[in-house]
Design a protein around this ligand. Structure first.
Ligand code: AMP
Ligand code: MG
Length: 344
């Protein structure tokens, strides 16, 4: 398949004006390198490539190319002060984008990479401010997905990649979600199926001796050996992790959180008022309610959440009722996303 520049507009050069996206379908477990190479080559030359990771789909650009990274912000409508995560195919490339790899960072990388843990360290000062959001630090991770790793290895450059959705919308967990949000703004979408985890990476500051969680995510506080109750710890600190202060994950319909055990009853009550209601919860949907997914635990809710929010929009529902899961382990990260979706 071939992406053609928008005919009649050659002002910006071929890549900038390539308004027709090419979707490359690959086997998620054994990606064909030849199939990926046009996308990898495009990224080296300044193109935007959406690709699957174990958490959500990312929108990748050459992290050292300020103009390409600026295109990522424009495509997403992302606030310029919200920095991007730099994706590497191997931990030893950490030294390419940071100035000091602390013993803590080394230990975390050894334990969790490839995986859904993002490590914040002092940034190589030659990284463009577009990538770091003008901060002296940079967020880095090695994703645990064969397609992402193959693409990153083939591109052989650090790749800045936020989630591949329009800012404020639910994150994408399938190539179809990316196409719906960004189909007119990216050069390639690599379709590697549905993301396994469904909730974003955990972001930790690893400049000191103990990890400081800046954003809850797929690696739990418990798994990091931290106190599960963050208390007054700087979790979600708006200055430390700029992204946590913006509207997030909100679909074009209302979202209500129901208490554990109350999802079906709350959904039924709203349906009686004449609203079209969808349910995400452990129990089957009662008569007259759209069952969006069965979510018996935090992992199931993580996998189903963003797709269900988008499916509710497509179905023209008025309201999605999400039954809470206990706020422990992965449940804390998932409920963070659920509450943000409901606040939108
Ligand atoms: P996204 O890729 O859309 O899931 O967003 C990445 C998250 O990482 C956002 O919440 C950013 O604010 C956060 N982040 C990226 N770089 C840094 C950094 N240098 N320091 C703190 N947080 C960061
Ligand atoms: Mg995001």
């Amino acid at each position: 398949m071939q992406a053609w520049p928008n005919v009649g507009d050659f002002r910006g050069g071929a890549l900038e004006s390539a308004l027709v996206v090419t979707v490359l379908s690959v086997d998620p477990s054994r990606p064909d390198l030849r199939a990926l190479s046009p996308a990898a080559g495009a990224m080296r030359l300044g193109g935007l490539v959406a690709f699957p990771t174990e958490t959500v789909y990312g929108l990748g650009a050459h992290a050292r190319d300020a103009a390409s990274v600026a295109r990522v912000f424009a495509a997403k409508g992302r606030p310029a002060d919200n920095p991007l995560i730099v994706h590497l195919h191997a931990a030893h490339h950490l030294t390419d984008v940071t100035t000091l790899v602390t013993p803590l960072a080394l230990a975390l990388a050894e334990r969790w990479w490839p995986g859904p843990l993002t490590i914040v360290l002092d940034a190589d000062p030659t990284l463009p401010a577009e990538t770091t959001g003008g901060l002296p630090t940079v967020a880095v991770r090695v994703p645990d997905h064969p397609v992402a790793l193959a693409l990153l290895a083939a591109a052989d450059v650090p790749v800045a990649a936020p989630s591949a959705n329009r800012s404020g919308r639910p994150s994408p967990t399938t190539a179809a979600h990316v196409l719906a949000d960004l189909g007119d703004a990216v050069d390639y979408i690599v379709d590697g199926g549905t993301c396994r985890v469904g909730v974003e990476s955990t972001v930790v500051d690893a400049r000191g001796a103990v990890p400081i969680v800046l954003r809850e995510g797929a690696v739990t506080r418990e798994a990091l050996g931290l106190d599960p109750d963050p208390g007054d710890a700087p979790t979600g600190d708006t200055a430390a992790s700029p992204g946590t202060r913006y509207r997030h994950y909100a679909p074009d319909c209302a979202v209500e959180v129901a208490a554990v055990g109350a999802g079906a009853a709350v959904a039924a009550r709203h349906a009686e008022e004449g609203r079209r209601v969808g349910l995400l919860g452990p129990d089957p949907a009662p008569e007259g309610i759209v069952g969006l997914a069965r979510t018996p635990d935090a992992a199931a809710l993580a996998r189903a959440l963003y797709d269900a929010l988008r499916a509710a929009e497509t179905a023209g529902l008025d309201l999605v009722v999400i039954e809470a899961v206990a706020s422990v382990g992965l449940g804390r990260a998932v409920m963070d996303r659920v509450h943000r979706a409901a606040a939108g």
